[in-house]
Design a protein around this ligand. Structure first.
Ligand SMILES: Nc1nc2c([nH]c(=O)n2[C@H]2C[C@H](O)[C@@H](COP(=O)(O)OP(=O)(O)OP(=O)(O)O)O2)c(=O)[nH]1
Length: 145
């Protein structure tokens, strides 16, 4: 969530499309999905998301997923299957790319989030997901049943 590392966006001259790739981890355990409540920035605070964040320049997407889960949750994860393709974020060219992920070490803690919740299929829509996440959550709903 935090940091000042260079990003993988293609910045620069006019005509070049800027794309920020955000990776998200669908951590599912015993039929429940791990949801995380954002602490910042102010306009997103309180919204719920999949743990993850922006891919750094030169970093693979799955390495970014592993890094973000360690930074945000204090756990080591192993990425699994990709869930869908590019999920559009916020009306621009930014996209969310989601993988299932298995925790191989540690127990998740909210190191950068306000709260964490393990949501079963009947609880999945009890939290206010960030708008861009809703189509992904619909798809993940099928994985939980
Ligand atoms: N991690 C994550 N971000 C999401 C999801 N859905 C969604 O719209 N976003 C948005 C929120 C943010 O605008 C952006 C991710 O930014 P971030 O702040 O988490 O990224 P980062 O960890 O690399 O942090 P930073 O250095 O830019 O502060 O993507 C989601 O499910 N997970």
């Amino acid at each position: 969530m935090m940091g000042t590392r260079p990003r993988s966006a293609r910045a620069g001259r006019s005509g070049v499309v800027l794309i920020v790739v955000v990776v998200g981890a669908a951590i599912i355990r015993a039929g429940r999905l791990l949801a995380a409540q954002r602490a910042e920035p102010a306009h997103l605070a309180g919204g719920w998301e999949l743990p993850g964040g922006k891919v750094d320049a030169g970093e693979s997407e799955t390495d970014a997923l592993i890094r973000e889960c360690y930074e945000e949750l204090g756990v080591k994860v192993r990425p699994g299957a990709r869930i869908g393709g590019d999920w559009p974020l916020g009306g621009g060219d930014d996209v969310l790319r989601v993988w299932t992920a298995e925790i191989v070490e540690g127990e998740p803690r909210a190191l950068e989030h306000l709260a964490l919740r393990w949501l079963g299929p009947s609880e999945l829509y009890e939290v206010s997901w960030l708008p861009g996440d809703l189509p992904v959550i619909d798809l993940l709903h099928d994985h939980l049943r």
